[in-house]
Design a protein around this ligand. Structure first.
Ligand code: DX5
Ligand code: ZN
Length: 227
């Protein structure tokens, strides 16, 4: 991936949007200055919840120019990752815990033309990525146990962001660090300060009384974190 962005990216998660009005949610995101659309794909096996699949991603693709970021919370992600790229995903991330052949899957996603990411659950240490740092474009650190929006941020993840940032510096690997789960104005600045480049936010955007203002507030907090 190219160099890290000068301004941290905001990736609102449509999991918290009104599923009967996804087109409007996309229009809102474009107008509000969001950077990507985060799409949570859940299969009821890797996580307890079931959400959506390739046909919905293909429909979203037709309705927005924003990059689509598909977070695959599914078993055997290598079976479906390329289908999500074909459906229009620009970024695809797979869980380390779900794939014993990550190297192969990540290279296949990149070869298909998308940015490849690895996701780590809260209990998976960042050191597991030490032998893979050149093989992905971004790492998604879960700051809740995946499966549902609206959960509380696990503070320990701040330390994981710092350790991953140190690994990145030590190995001179230009991957992005994304954080997902319980992100809001209360922790956005600290996460960016610790090294995060992209924050996912579901409830903090879509359940806010004023979602446009929520995007602005989050972006302002993120800029503050960059100093
Ligand atoms: C949780 C999902 C998240 C979720 C975040 O499993 O991966 O992307 O939408 O929602 P909030 O920001 O409400 O925690
Ligand atoms: Zn997610």
């Amino acid at each position: 991936m190219a160099l890290r962005p000068s301004v941290p990216l905001l990736a609102p998660s449509i999991l918290s949007a009104d599923f009967t009005r996804l087109g409007e949610a996309l229009q809102f995101l474009e107008a509000s200055g969001a950077d990507t659309v985060h799409v949570d794909v859940m299969d009821g096996r890797f996580v307890p919840n079931i959400t959506l699949g390739m046909p919905v991603v293909a429909a979203l693709r037709k309705a927005t120019k924003l990059p689509i970021d598909c977070h695959l919370m599914i078993v055997e992600p290598s079976r479906y990752a390329l289908e999500f790229v074909e459906a229009g995903a620009d970024w695809v991330s797979v869980h380390q815990e779900a794939d014993p052949h990550l190297h192969r899957t990540l290279h296949a996603i990149r070869a298909k033309g998308a940015k490849a990411g690895v996701v780590l659950n809260p209990s998976t240490p960042v050191e597991t990525l030490a032998d893979l740092v050149d093989d992905f474009d971004f790492v998604l650190l879960m700051s809740v146990n995946p499966g549902f929006g609206g959960q509380s941020f696990i503070p320990r993840v701040l330390d994981k962001v710092r350790r991953l940032d140190a690994l990145r510096t030590e190995r001179q690997a230009p991957f992005l660090i994304q954080v997902d789960g319980g992100v809001g104005t209360a922790n956005a600045a600290r996460l960016v300060e610790a090294g995060a480049d992209c924050l996912v936010a579901g409830n903090a955007v879509f359940k806010a009384a004023d979602p446009s203002q929520a995007v602005k507030d989050l972006q302002a907090a993120m800029k503050q974190g960059r100093g």
